[in-house]
Design a protein around this ligand. Structure first.
Ligand code: GLC
Length: 536
């Protein structure tokens, strides 16, 4: 019997940063009604699931990643009724809805933390991480916040410190407490009962910390001027082995519902990353996000080595996945340039494993410079001037050439500035241009949907040298070769030495100008920054 693949294996995930997608009510911030009005666009683009960054009530110290109520919607984004409408409208179009679940920390305004900090014997005291000062005074250990400064804040009311891996307005929850775990499981059920198809789980590798709270070692390679969090090696603050039993319980909660999925945000080396699929069986997250294409240098040799290592490291029950961008990292086109961004799009949509796209990638949006008086990101505010801020990749979606780019009504000031090039780089303009980035994404997605060899087929690395990466995707009916030129000069591929049967036809070029060309010679040339999909 043929293997059955779930929607999250066959499909493409598209991340929406709701603040920046579409502002339907003219307050400068995107909202759920805005997202609903673009579901037809997402369907047209061809993606399968929409992941929404947090939409919960929040003081917005970290733009929603500081949740003050896990079971409601922030009025800025709409209401629970709007959310229900979003789910119904998405499902009507056969689109899935994935929510951001933020289990590591809450906002300091969350009722749980208010209770927890009220006294040492409050029943919720142990829902968070409280410690006495170190014997000589000062914080309990040397751990640092990911957003700069110490990770412990003293609370004079009770004379103890609380731990926060991020802002001091984001106290960490204590997942070793079973009552807290059950409360969080109920949150998952609350949203699944409303029809949510899955969760992207925020910093999931952080929920397990050292139970002895040992000091982190110093990083001998640290240079002044770098991210201050990297002064120490994060040996003890995350990825504790206990984490896997905590995730197993979450997985059981999801498995009680049909076809639900969780994908975990995890920045760890591959050998550790793959342990999050579960030990000895699929008991972990369905997919630990694989961020290698974001974190490694962009060249054919590095990508080739990473793909091979990843493929070889996956457990037999581990479904792969690839990510090119998100709301925490510089825009792809700014990292590797507009020409290579097209090669990257072909790579993402032809590799084996679920692709996750970030809104705006499909039109080649770039980082937007943010004037100092418009900075929003707390990371930039805490550690200014060294390029850590994330506002540049969170700017409003560029829909058309009207004032505010179709993101918000004319006259409104969007929460972050629009890109200067929005009149040219936008969905409407690119829809009409058959060679645009948007046209390329559509063609790639179309092909991936039409060819099971690409979506669920097998992977065979062929060759990587001289800036070219070549691999084959195949199933019992089809063999497709992908050849990517990572350089800005032409390359020639010797087909005869690579494959027994010669290529028959070009299915797609990143330049969108030579599909259906028959291949008659034993060699094929790749133009600068060109990727090709060939049918063998
Ligand atoms: C994750 C989110 C990031 C957030 C952080 C703290 O890394 O992706 O945006 O700031 O968690 O919640």
């Amino acid at each position: 019997m043929a293997e059955v693949h779930e929607w999250w294996q066959k499909g493409i995930i598209y991340q929406v940063y709701p603040r920046s997608y579409l502002d339907s009510n003219g307050d400068g911030v995107g909202d759920l009604t805005g997202v609903i009005s673009r579901l037809d666009y997402l369907k047209w683009l061809g993606v399968d699931a929409v992941w929404l960054s947090p939409i919960y009530p929040s003081p917005m110290a970290d733009f929603g990643y500081d949740v003050s109520d896990y079971c409601d919607v922030h009025p800025l984004f709409g209401s629970l009724a709007d959310f229900d409408r979003l789910v119904a409208e998405a499902h009507r179009r056969d689109l899935r809805v994935v929510l951001d679940f933020v289990p590591n920390h809450t906002a300091d305004q969350h009722a749980w933390f208010q209770e927890s900090r009220s006294s040492c014997d409050n029943p919720k005291r142990d829902w968070y991480i409280w410690r006495d000062p170190a014997p000589g005074g000062g914080p309990p250990n040397n751990w640092l916040s990911n957003f700069g400064g110490p990770a412990w804040t003293f609370d004079p009311a009770t004379g103890q410190y609380y731990y926060h891996a991020f802002l001091n307005k984001q106290p960490d929850l204590n997942w070793r407490n079973p009552v807290l775990r059950h409360a969080m499981h109920d949150v998952l059920r609350f949203w699944m009962d409303r029809g949510v198809d899955g969760f992207r789980v925020d910093v999931i590798w952080h929920i397990g910390k050292d139970d002895q709270f040992r000091d982190n070692p110093r990083n001998p390679h640290y240079q002044p001027g770098q991210n201050p969090h990297h002064e120490l090696v994060s040996t003890y603050e995350a990825d504790h082995p206990d984490i896997h039993s905590i995730i197993r319980e979450m997985r059981q909660v999801l498995d009680a519902y049909p076809s639900r999925m969780m994908v975990g945000e995890i920045y760890l080396p591959v050998h550790k990353l793959v342990t999050y699929y579960g030990d000895g069986g699929p008991t972990g997250v369905h997919m630990p996000f694989n961020f290698q294409l974001i974190t490694m240098p962009w060249n054919a040799a590095a990508v080739c080595a990473a793909v091979k290592q990843y493929e070889e490291s996956l457990p037999e029950y581990g479904w792969p996945n690839w990510v090119l961008g998100n709301h925490d990292n510089a825009r792809l086109a700014s990292r590797i340039g507009a020409a290579q961004a097209r090669v990257a799009a072909m790579l993402l949509l032809t590799l084996r494993g679920t692709p996750t796209m970030y809104y705006g990638e499909e039109i080649g949006m770039t980082n937007v410079p943010i004037p100092p008086d418009r900075v929003q990101d707390p990371f930039e505010k805490n550690v200014p001037g060294i390029g850590l801020g994330r506002d540049p990749e969170r700017t409003p979606m560029q829909w058309d050439s009207s004032p505010n780019g179709g993101f918000a009504p004319e006259g409104v000031t969007p929460w972050l500035p629009l890109a200067a090039d929005y009149e040219r780089v936008n969905v409407v303009a690119q829809r009409e241009d058959p060679r645009s980035m948007l046209s390329l994404y559509r063609r790639l997605i179309d092909l991936r949907r039409a060819e099971p060899a690409l979506s669920i087929g097998r992977f065979e690395p062929l060759e990587c040298h001289d800036d070219v990466l070549i691999f084959v995707r195949f199933d019992e009916n089809r063999r497709l070769m992908v050849a990517l030129n990572f350089s800005s000069t032409p390359r020639t591929i010797d087909l005869a030495s690579l494959v027994r049967a010669p290529a028959r036809r070009i299915l797609l070029s990143t330049h969108l100008d030579r599909a259906s060309d028959a291949v008659t010679s034993a060699t094929i040339s790749l133009r600068p920054d060109e990727g090709l999909i060939l049918q063998l």
